[in-house]
Design a protein around this ligand. Structure first.
Ligand code: LLP
Length: 442
């Protein structure tokens, strides 16, 4: 466990998060339950913000990549911390607006933004749209003209840096669906194109090389590559980018195969990146661009824990022991998608020695519905509270109602006090949008 003041084992031998005993939370709110530690979310937002203030004269902004965990409360926290956010759909944009988040601090991404999403974004005064195709540039220009506005945009580049992470979460390989390649001239061509658009104001460039990355060098290389490209554009087109958005991707601890980063380590990552931008600006005689970063996982990942209740236990002697819980791939599809690894503990027996290795299975009608494979645990009994750590990012946001299970509720914990930020679903919610055509009615 990557312990911190707000995530530890308490004197009762129970998991404690945000000052609250996980066993009490399970009793009060039921399981499965997503639990979020507000202090950690705020600390992570602050460490990035302060690093930009201290190392880059505050000439930049942190954008929380809200795809990692999107609900009204998290936008309210980001707003309170005075940072920006990035959204990747009309739904995320709508949620942010409903939370009272100012549209001018929102950036929108997507390789295939829909007409209605672009229109909705422009109508509501979105701060910036990161253009990722020719057709998008044309459509957006038309929408902006119709609304009589000049829309700020960035261009998403692909710097061609292969980060060492799962192929599905790499985004800057040469064959990626995202961005315009710097290497083959595509990024220069789209720059020329966007600069001809009367209702688009090209502020600069964006890149994002992938997610769950620990090598500083990958971030530094990407920043250097885009800075070189900015210099090239200044020379060849006379266009000097005012903004550089370097994306997100900083890794978090899931198991002891990952480094246990502290707040100061994240500051170091960002500082390395900032140093690269500064030295490239100097080398090329460029103004230091307004710097944006888009961390998602590192802000909410370790802030989240999922609590389950142990149900059926099946021992296949000499082969495997399954410990099934009341959740599954509908609240956490990451093992099924990426074979992701997690640390699992019994929240009510957290000090006990692990005596066996088990596979934690969900309750879905599917063999691949697993949460963690071959993980150490004390001998679990029906009714124990099982906690999966580091589930704050890409768990709730990727949840579904598969098998018509409920998407679990989420609570936000601060100083030991927990409140709903996502209420529990009911059977009525499950059928809310279902319709039986008249001809099928008996
Ligand atoms: N900016 C852009 C343009 C992105 O595509 C992403 C993540 C981020 C920022 C935030 O990256 P982070 O700091 O969270 O690494 N569902 C996958 C992760 C997909 C990440 C997609 N893009 C997972 O569960 O691992």
């Amino acid at each position: 466990m990557n312990e911190r003041e707000t995530l530890k084992i308490n004197s009762l031998g129970h998991l404690e998060i945000g000052g609250a005993d996980a066993v009490d939370l399970a009793k009060e709110f039921g399981t499965p339950l997503y639990v979020f530690d507000e202090t950690h979310i705020r600390n992570m937002m602050r460490v990035y913000k302060r690093t930009i203030e201290n190392e880059y004269d505050g000439n930049g902004q942190v954008l929380y990549a809200s795809k990692a965990f999107s609900c009204k409360a998290v936008y309210a926290i980001a707003n309170d911390e005075n940072i920006g956010v990035d959204v990747v759909s009309g739904g995320e944009f709508y949620t942010a607006l409903k939370a009272g988040f100012p549209a001018n601090r929102i950036y929108m991404h997507g390789n295939n933004k829909l007409f209605r999403e672009l229109e909705y974004a422009v109508e509501n005064g979105i701060g910036n749209i990161v253009v990722d195709s020719y057709s998008e540039a044309d459509i957006l220009n038309g929408i902006a003209a119709q609304h009589g506005v000049k829309q700020n945009v960035l261009i998403r580049t692909n710097p061609g840096i292969e980060a060492h992470t799962h192929a599905f979460v790499q985004t800057a390989r040469t064959d990626s669906k995202f961005g315009f390649s710097i290497n083959d001239g595509a990024a220069e061509e789209i720059t020329r194109h966007v600069l001809t658009k009367k209702n688009l104001v090209l502020k600069g460039y964006h890149c994002h090389i992938g997610s769950q990355i620990f090598e500083k060098q990958s971030f530094v290389l990407a920043a250097e590559k885009v800075m070189d490209f900015i210099a090239k554009m200044k020379k060849s087109l006379g266009f000097e980018a005012a903004e550089l958005n370097i994306g997100g991707g900083f890794g978090v601890w899931y198991t002891d195969e990952d480094p246990k980063l502290k707040l100061c380590d994240y500051a170091d990552y960002l500082k390395a990146l900032i140093d690269a931008v500064k030295s490239k600006a100097k080398e090329h005689g460029l103004n230091k661009p307004y710097l944006l970063i888009e961390p998602g996982r590192s802000i909410v990942g370790e802030a989240g824990v999922t609590l389950y209740t142990v149900g059926a236990i099946k021992d296949i002697p000499g082969i495997k022991k399954y410990v099934a819980v009341d959740g599954g791939m509908f609240d956490n599809p990451r093992y099924a998608l990426y074979q992701s690894k997690y640390t699992v503990i019994l929240a009510d027996r957290a000090n006990e020695k692990c005596t066996e290795r088990v596979t934690v299975a969900g309750k879905c009608c599917e063999s691949g519905d697993l949460i963690a494979v071959d993980v150490p645990l004390p001998e679990a009994k029906i009714g124990n509270i099982l906690a999966v750590l580091t589930t704050g990012a890409y768990n709730y946001s990727m949840a579904s109602n598969y098998n018509r299970n409920f998407i679990p509720a989420a609570v936000l914990v601060k100083d030991g006090k927990a409140e709903y930020i996502v209420k529990p679903q009911t059977y009525e919610d499950i059928v809310r949008n279902d319709v039986i055509p008249g001809r099928l009615k008996k």
